[in-house]
Design a protein around this ligand. Sequence first.
Ligand code: ADP
Length: 474
Amino acid sequence: MYINGQWRKTPTTFPVVNPATGKELAKVADAGPKETREAIAAAASVLPTWSATTTYDRSAYLYTAHQRMLANADELARLMTEEQGKPLKAAHTEVRYGADFLLWFAEEAKRIYGETIPSSRSNQRFLVQRQPVGVVGAITPWNYPISMITRKIAPALAAGCSVVLKPAEKTPLCAMRLFEIFDSVGLPPGVLNLITAADPAPIGYELCTNPHVRKITFTGSTAVGRRLATDAAPQLKRVSMELGGHAPFIVFPDADPVHAAKGAALVKFLNTGQACICPNRIYVHRRLLAPFLDTFARRIASMQAGSGLQDGVTIGPLVNQAALDKVMRQVEDALAKGATLLAGGKRLTGNQLERGFFYAPTLLSDVTPEMTIYREETFGPVAAVIPFDDHDDIIAMANDTDYGLAAYIYTSDMNTALRTFEQLQFGMVGINDINPTSAAAPFGGIQQSGLGREGARAGLEEYLDTKVAGIALT
Ligand code: ADP
């Protein structure tokens, strides 16, 4: 734990395990509500001085943190691979993506502008200023154990907020290493606090109900997000929620099926399918089905599963047995209801893979709305292809979900691209592009995929309140 600028231990600890090998990596502090209250008190007590620093001061901290993070990128990436499982190259990409938020918000910090507004009264002026919301309670997931932290901490610091962070219990080591970097930057004690815990629920409840906390920012499942938003509601705390997704990936008949299949395979198997923006329903026009499936299956054949520290490995393990069980259940259900298995479809064993939670990259075609995989987020390496015909209302099919995070469309027609973009009920749309994300672009969903945005200018707004002065002149 890191509270008020001090690293602290707890009498009890919990183990952190490498999901590729099942080996214990370390034991970390197991905090409870009492330590969380101490961290909140520290964050609350530094708030008046911290929020009174200039945006230039806060920007300077963020610039330094950005440089230190990049200087330590190799070590951070390696730790991430060991703790979370993604291949080393992907871990490096995430570290750079995570560092991008520090740089972006170091720059944005200086642009926390207010405004003046004309009044209908000739002797009145309105002056609008932005102020930090106050103490922030942040809860982050294990699938992107570094970038999800900087995506919250960087704008919070830029705005002048102090933070109590609870990282996922599966990946506290990445959070701890990141906090060591922040510690080295010389932030005033109490500005950033880290609570590690085996049981997230009491920590989450304390953050949501403690009156000193004015904002909750969360990335994780829709079920937990709903719980936290409910607990935060009586005190009307601000909330930002980055929740689950069920992304459609539409390949229109005028698309290049090979290009689309390569893109689909890349984003589907990102982080072994454990990303909220992974496509879960791949709609391919029947005319392009054969070349699409052929290219996709070839991509799968070239993938190699294993420990992410080994050269050439492109597919890491799933996070735990529950994740493996969910994938197996979805595939079994789809096959029982008539899906066609074109690749994978089983747990991977041999070569010591059975020590981890490996599932073969899988390609299913002829997926239909009756199958669980059509409705439920997979969070694993299974591509579900749904062929469609000219008479199908593809927009209605894609929108037929309560989620609304990412969507992808492949077409060579500008009209189709723009019209579909406007009609899809999703917060982020890739158009012939599988990566609509960047520190500069607003990340977030609509409907049950969340509230608020991270990154971009919008990401800073989440940590600012608006205050107006009406001034009467004499
Ligand atoms: P995932 O399915 O990605 O594990 P979760 O929503 O369970 O998603 O986890 C995301 C984050 O939410 C983690 O930091 C986890 O510890 C935390 N979390 C899970 N359950 C709760 C809860 N009841 N209260 C607060 N935080 C929780």
